[in-house]
Design a binder for this molecule. Structure first.
Ligand code: ZN
Length: 495
């Protein structure tokens, strides 16, 4: 049983130092060093050729689109783009790597010395980028016959080389000290920002759950004023939430070991999605020496300054600027916008608004009911079985007075259970607003009588003030009334 400290106590005593290594699969049409297709989901080993299978005599040629995409990522991360750069062989044996080396970059990466600024709880943190380099992905091993899909218990293992040679960009930060108790949130904010930057560039779909963005989280602890501790590296953390959980877990685990006078081993660990734990993998202290050397089969690259400047001029609106623009367009306060960002709901809200809903309607559902459900089930918001178009339809029915919020929540149950679009669910489940106009008129009269000053405002033309009266009527009718109808009755009576 792994001993864990209480998180808050751990960060009172120790200072965490973060480091993040991110791999991003590029969306190029062809592989990094050959013309094979990169389309996902093809029959195993149908997208291979002598180059990506490493047959004798095959010669690689670098993919220009991948180099351009990497330069764009470097520029968007404020990096210097090398004037002279080359590939290197990283030698190790693994069955899903046909060449017995990975073509990567070593001492001469394409991009260096950049930074990303992230804001967490109102404070800005600068995450320095050490390097951005280009390499190729490995194939995939499938273990067949066991219950778990792991090698243990499997009767045979199969290798699919379709992924071997797909361009991969690795982005490495410098160590990030000074985050204190907010280390998990800073790690998450950085990963989210990086994902948004790359998504805006349109060079990868950066889907963590599908593995096109994979994150390794480094963490060490030290006492204040002491040198940095030994770090562990937690591999392939596949969601923003898991990045946060992995950091939190390592802080709790490492601090318990240090408190007990034990040492931290420099090792690779694996994040367990189901339990939120990290488990020891191979120890780095006996790690292989990769015997890097310059790749003799590929020419060096000297990106011209004209090329780099042209790519710089093509960069899209940075995500941070975009957030500021959307915040203004959606008329959200800083706190509300921060909640949208924390819930990872920008794209969802943008798509819901694009599908025809007001920003406030879209924000209401994604930050309210749907966030609550995502939290309960431990899912990312985007993973919920409801689309922005369905949320827009739902809010449309609320706007039309066919549903009130309470009924709408029951409709969401049906949509998430796979019963179809909101209109279908409402029809099948018989969910519709029952409005007895006589009772509603009486409730409105009561609300007007109880709030004469508000009524005067509405008479004076301030229709927004009707919200107060609507609220009173909804309360009186225990939420069964349709807000749109109530609003209409109020306005009819007062204008
Ligand atoms: Zn190929």
């Amino acid at each position: 049983m792994t001993k864990l400290n209480d998180y808050d106590k751990a960060v009172e005593t120790y200072e965490p130092v973060l480091g993040l290594e991110t791999h991003i699969e590029l969306d190029t049409n062809t592989k990094m060093f050959c013309g094979c297709s990169t389309t996902f989901g093809a029959e195993p080993n149908t997208q291979t050729c002598p180059v990506c299978l490493a047959l004798p005599g095959a010669l690689p040629v670098a993919n220009k689109a991948a180099v351009e995409a990497t330069i764009k990522i470097g520029l968007a991360l404020n990096c210097h783009i090398a004037e002279w750069t080359r590939f290197a062989r990283k030698n190790y044996f693994y069955p899903d790597m046909p060449k017995n080396f990975q073509t990567s970059q070593y001492e001469e990466p394409l991009c260096e010395n950049g930074y990303v600024d992230v804001v967490v709880e109102g404070k800005e943190y600068r995450i320095e980028i050490e390097r951005v380099h280009l390499e190729e992905d490995t194939g995939k091993t499938l273990h067949v016959g066991g219950a778990t899909g792991r090698i243990h218990g499997a009767t045979e293992s199969l290798v699919d080389y379709n992924r071997a040679g797909i361009p991969l960009v690795e982005i490495v930060t410098r160590p990030v000290p000074g985050t204190g108790a907010l280390a998990p949130e800073v790690a998450r904010a950085y990963t989210a920002e990086l994902r948004d930057i790359v998504r805006a560039l349109g060079v990868s779909d950066v889907r963590m759950e599908q593995g096109s963005l994979r994150c390794d989280v480094n963490l060490s602890l030290n006492l204040p004023g002491q040198p940095w501790g030994t770090r562990t590296e937690t591999k392939n953390v596949n969601s923003l939430r898991s990045v946060e959980r992995a950091v939190r877990y390592e802080v709790r685990r490492q601090s318990a070991l240090l408190d007990a006078g034990e040492r931290i081993f420099q090792e690779t660990r694996h994040f367990q999605e189901a339990t939120g734990e990290t488990r020891a993998g191979r120890s780095k202290e006996e790690a292989t020496d990769y015997r890097y050397f310059p790749e003799p089969d590929l020419a060096v690259m000297e990106p011209s300054r004209e090329w780099v400047e042209r790519l710089r001029s093509e960069l899209p609106e940075p995500p941070r600027k975009r957030r500021e623009r959307l915040q203004a367009e959606w008329s959200l306060g800083d706190k509300e916008m921060q909640s949208v960002v924390n819930a990872d709901a920008i794209e969802l809200i943008e798509a819901t608004v694009a599908a025809g809903t007001t920003p406030s309607g879209a924000v209401k559902w994604w930050l309210g009911e749907l966030s609550r459900r995502a939290n309960e089930s431990g899912e990312e918001l985007a993973a919920l079985a409801i689309t922005p178009a369905q949320v827009a339809q739902l809010q449309g029915m609320v706007d039309d007075g066919r549903l009130n919020d309470k009924l709408a929540r029951q409709v969401i149950d049906g949509v998430i259970a796979g019963e179809g679009d909101p209109a279908d669910v409402a029809a099948k489940r018989g969910l519709e607003v029952v409005s007895d106009t006589g009772a509603l008129e009486a409730a409105v009269e009561e609300a007007i009588a109880a709030n004469p000053a508000v009524a005067d405002k509405i008479r004076g033309g301030t229709h927004a003030a009707a919200g107060v009266l609507i609220g009173a009527v909804m309360k009186a009718t225990k939420g069964q009334a349709d807000a749109g109808t109530v609003r209409q009755i109020i306005l009819d009576k007062l204008s």
